[in-house]
Design a protein around this ligand. Structure first.
Ligand SMILES: [Zn+2]
Length: 307
């Protein structure tokens, strides 16, 4: 792309963003006008629950921050944190970083939220299918490359944080392959299965890390984890009670570090059950309709529908 073309494109999206903010202010102004009409008498109940004024106050007002949840999620633009939990402005304290890694900076933000925002009732670590950061970590695990430049070095820092989860997933996959096929080489690991398993292990591992961290704070709140499936839009977690290779709907409790192997085991069993489906649904293609069928089978206990 030529420099002039790039500048033009940047200006275009900049204008879109500026216009968006003007529209936002205008929407609040319109809500304010509704409240200012004599028959409404400033009754906020006249406004729909989705109104900005209910969440953020009137223009000129600054409300207290009052989120009930901290969500540590990946930066992936396909993971709409507020929408997928049906939450609104001022209800979620969002921390977003590629691979939803609980870096030192993230833990600092969590510390602030838990200790200074009494409205916080729980913390969610949210992974997602088709995660580019996990995919990059798996690819690096399978064929390590040296750190060449500063930019690559900073990405490597992210990848290094994810590698322990990949390692757990790989060990469990290798163990299973050994018992079934009597021949295991790291190179033989199914990349797609490794990505699928590592996504769950990483979300669970980061939740464990957060839970261990907040034990040292002045206030304690529960920590949960889940994986948002881009195709079905559902959140899933590994069933650590039955341990039969089932994924359950919704958020799960942050596991103990000793249970991370179990999480990997469950995913490996799950992917084996779904072998006819194509484990790629957990890797790069977030739009595979087979995920929906897999979900239906898990949730109903019946056979997957032919989609
Ligand atoms: Zn991601």
């Amino acid at each position: 792309m030529k420099t002039s073309q790039r500048t033009s494109a940047c200006q275009c999206i900049k204008e879109v963003l500026n216009h968006g903010n003007m529209e936002f202010v205008e929407a609040i102004r319109r809500e304010q006008q509704i409240l200012e009409t004599p028959k409404n008498k400033s009754d906020k109940n006249r406004l729909p629950d989705t109104s900005f004024i209910k969440q953020l106050g009137r223009l000129g007002e600054t409300l207290q921050q009052a989120p009930k949840t901290v969500v540590l999620a990946c930066s992936d633009a396909r993971v709409p944190v507020l929408d997928l939990f049906q939450q609104r402005a001022n209800e979620v304290f969002e921390i977003r970083l590629e691979g939803n890694v609980a870096s030192t900076e993230c833990l600092g933000s969590i510390s602030y939220a838990v200790e200074h925002l009494p409205t916080i009732e729980g913390i969610v670590v949210l992974g997602h299918t088709g995660c580019g950061a996990i995919t990059a970590a798996v690819d690096h695990y399978l064929s390590p490359k040296p750190e060449a430049t500063t930019v690559e070095g900073s990405i490597m820092s992210l990848i290094k944080t994810i590698i322990p989860s990949v390692d757990i997933a790989a060990s469990v996959l290798a163990m299973n392959s050994q018992s079934e096929q009597d021949a295991v080489l790291r190179e033989a690991l199914d990349r797609r299965k490794l990505i699928g398993t590592a996504i769950f292990v990483n979300a669970a591992a980061m939740a464990w890390k957060v839970q261990a961290f907040i034990r040292g704070l002045r206030r304690n709140v529960p920590v949960w984890y889940g994986v948002y499936d881009l195709a079905s839009c559902r959140i899933l977690h590994a069933d650590l009670d039955r341990r039969d290779g089932s994924l359950l709907f919704g958020l799960g409790d942050a596991p103990h570090v000793t249970e991370l192997n179990e999480v990997a085991q469950i995913l490996v069993k799950y992917l084996q059950k779904m072998n006819n489906f194509d484990a790629a649904k957990f890797s790069t293609n977030g739009h595979n309709r087979q995920t929906q069928a897999a979900w239906e089978m898990l949730s109903t206990g019946g056979a997957p529908s032919a989609t």
